[in-house]
Design a protein around this ligand. Structure first.
Ligand SMILES: [Zn+2]
Length: 443
């Protein structure tokens, strides 16, 4: 039995003062209390507020190694996503399973330090199942919840020659892909399935994977319409845009998450209304992808969640505010995603996307602090410069629109404190080992 008492705790959609949060020995929240004895026995966190852990729905941890190394123009007349992709392929092919493990540890630690307690790792650098196992082990060792989204990848694209840069991603036979997945499930891994995209996986294969995911109640994720070229290729091959194609084939349901969904029409936004869309604005702005039309998607009833994707920056709250800011810049308006005229409506909606909607997309148990949910939370220092001066009513607005990582003090997953006072116990070792990986990779 554990109990925590901050100055404030975010539960039921509001910050409550003087409330102890209790959890059992499995790390599951049993309730909240203002009883004198409970308050006295709780672990006191003075000057701090307790918030539900953030959920990072879409990450490729290995791409952490190319951070800061692709910010230059290549000889291509117009530098785009597709030139960035060649650098990414170089890293993916040069990394040993051990290097992939250390990159995962580095990225996962940075996630924890920014208040993330669960991640969906969209895993496509396969080699063999031991890479998947190593990534899951990295999560366990650091104390982060990992949903491994096993990714299928078959081809460079319709009528495109094989690209040697993609050799390591390939899962050519669907039977083998699914029997490997069975093996990981039998080992107790928390999994989801992820046909890479309409470009990289033929329709029959997508349908088979989707049927498998549905029969086992697993999340199904896909990259959808990140780039205009991907949409054009889908129209050439199938006569349909990617979202239309997935809808025609019964793939879109409440367990489906479309990652990006940037280049979609108003009708396609409607078709995604019963599903989830994962926006990755920090990565999308870095790659010049475009802005997710979240206004249309919310209107259609879709859930929105966030991912750090290429991990050029790991900050889910920055993703939340950036989603809104991209639309402000496009529309020359403010508060585009506000659901109503209440003062806290917009911050609450974006925070819910960063927590509950993310957990829902990954079928992960966290997302909010309520009895029966795991004690997955982070605390913030209320005197940190980035939020100082906030009152109870405006604190969530401060958190969503200006919180910096310096404010994150403790992070707890399933009742275990994995970050204390802004430090992970393995921090020095993880950074040193990651430095070795980088030296070997780039020298
Ligand atoms: Zn991605």
């Amino acid at each position: 039995m554990s109990a925590w008492l901050g100055d404030l705790v975010y539960t039921g959609g509001a910050f409550e003062p003087g409330l102890a949060m209790m959890a059992d020995e499995r790390g599951v929240i049993t309730g909240f209390s203002r009883d004198k004895e409970d308050l006295k026995n709780a672990h006191r966190l003075p000057g701090r507020a307790i918030l539900p852990g953030l959920v990072n729905v879409h990450s490729h941890t290995f791409q952490r190694v190319i951070r800061g190394r692709t910010e230059h123009r290549t000889s291509a007349s117009r530098d785009t996503f597709w030139t960035w992709r060649e650098s990414m392929y170089h890293a993916a092919n040069a990394m040993s399973p051990d290097a992939l493990y250390h990159a995962a540890r580095m990225a996962f630690m940075e996630m924890l330090l920014s208040g993330i307690t669960a991640v969906g790792e969209f895993h496509y650098v396969h080699q063999d199942l031991n890479v998947a196992r190593a990534i899951l082990r990295a999560g366990q060792e650091l104390g982060l919840r990992v949903t491994l989204l096993r990714t299928a990848y078959v081809r460079a694209g319709w009528k495109k020659d094989p690209n040697p840069g993609q050799a390591r991603f390939l899962t050519p036979g669907v039977d083998r892909f699914l029997s490997d997945t069975d093996e990981l499930i039998a080992e107790g891994a928390h999994l989801g399935l992820a046909p890479h995209s309409v470009r990289a996986v033929p329709l029959d294969y997508i349908r088979t994977v989707a049927a498998y995911a549905r029969s086992r109640h697993l999340p199904l994720h896909m990259h959808v319409s990140e780039q205009p070229a991907e949409v054009e290729a889908s129209i050439c091959e199938y006569g349909r845009r990617p979202v239309e194609l997935l809808h025609d084939n019964g793939i879109l349901d409440e367990r489906f998450t479309a990652v990006h969904a940037i280049h979609i029409t108003g009708e396609e936004a409607q078709l995604l209304g019963g599903s989830t869309v994962c926006a990755c604005p920090t990565s999308e702005r870095n790659l010049g992808d475009g802005a997710v039309p979240a206004d249309k998607l919310f209107e259609a009833g879709a859930r929105i969640c966030f991912g750090s994707d290429s991990n050029v920056q790991i900050d889910i709250l920055e993703d939340a505010r950036e989603l809104e800011y991209h639309l402000r810049m496009n529309k020359l308006e403010r508060a585009v995603l506000a659901p109503d005229t209440s003062r806290e409506g917009l911050a609450r909606r974006l925070f819910q996307s960063a927590t509950e909607s993310g957990a829902c997309s990954l079928s992960s148990p966290g997302g909010s602090l309520e009895p029966g949910k795991p004690a997955d939370f982070f605390t913030i220092d209320l005197n940190d410069c980035s939020v100082a001066g906030a009152d109870r009513e405006s604190l969530l607005g401060h958190v969503v629109f200006s919180l910096e990582r310096t404010a994150v003090r403790d992070v707890c997953v399933a009742g275990e404190l994995v970050i204390r006072d802004g430090r992970h116990p393995f921090e020095d070792e993880i950074i040193r080992e990651f430095g070795d990986v980088q030296r070997n990779l780039w020298q």
